[in-house]
Design a protein around this ligand. Sequence first.
Ligand SMILES: C[S@@+](CC[C@H](N)C(=O)[O-])C[C@H]1O[C@@H](n2cnc3c(N)ncnc32)[C@H](O)[C@@H]1O
Length: 230
Amino acid sequence: MEHPAYHIIHSGDGSDSVGIHGTTISFHSTRGAFTESMQVFIENGLKHYIERHRPVQLNILEIGFGTGLNALLTAQVLSGQELPARYTGIDRYPLPEEIFDRLNYDAFTRATGLYKPLMKAPWNREVQLSGGLLLQKIEADLVAYQPEGVYDICYFDAFAPDDQPELWTPGVFRKIRSHMSEGGVLVTYCSKSMVRKTLIESGFAVEKLKGPPGKREVVRATAVSGSSGY
Ligand SMILES: C[S@@+](CC[C@H](N)C(=O)[O-])C[C@H]1O[C@@H](n2cnc3c(N)ncnc32)[C@H](O)[C@@H]1O
C-alpha cells in the first residue's frame, strides 16, 4: 500500500470516518463508525476485560491507530474509573492533521476535549494525557514491528484481510499473542473463518459475538493458558 490520499465519510450513525481515494476502503463501518468502535472494541474488549479481571492498571495495544477513535473512547471510559492505562497505537501511515481536524468526534464523546490533544500528541514518544492515559503512538509497519511489554487488550483494527492479507498472518498473531497477559483479549471486527482459524493456531480461544449493524459477527480471542502461540 502506497501512502494513501484520504477523504471524509459521513457514516450512518452521524459519526465521521475516513476513506481512501480511488478505493472502497474505509476506516470504519459506513453504517456507523462510533457504533462499531463502541461495540467491537470498547464493549467486547475494554469493558469485558475490566469486568472479568478487575485490573488496577491496563496495557492496551492498538493495531491501526487511524483516526484515534478507539483511543478516544477508551480514554473516555477510563477517565470515569480512575484506572491508569498505557495505550500503544501502531500505524504505518499517521493520519494528516488536515483530515483529523475535520472529524466530528468531539460531538460523540460528550465534548471531553480529549480528541485534539490525543491526535496532536507527538509520535514515537510517551505522552501523559488528562484522564489517566499514557499514550504512545508508534509509526511502524506491523509486519516488522516488535512489541515490547505485556498487553491485556489488543484492538486489532487493520484494514480487511482482502486488502492487506500480510497483516492477518500466523506470524503477526503469534507475535502479538506472545506479548499478551494470561486471559488477555484481542478483539477485531473481522470474523472470517480463515482469521478465526489463524487466531486459534496462534494460541487464542476464539468467540464469535454479535456484530454491529451491517455485520453479523465479530470476534473476541482470549489468550489461552499454557499456550504462547508458538
Ligand atoms: C481500519 S483503519 C484503522 C481504524 C482506526 N482504529 C480508527 O479508529 O480510525 C487501519 C489502519 O491501519 C493502518 N495501516 C495500514 N497498513 C499498516 C501496516 N502495515 N502497519 C501498521 N498500520 C497499518 C492504516 O494507516 C489505518 O490507519
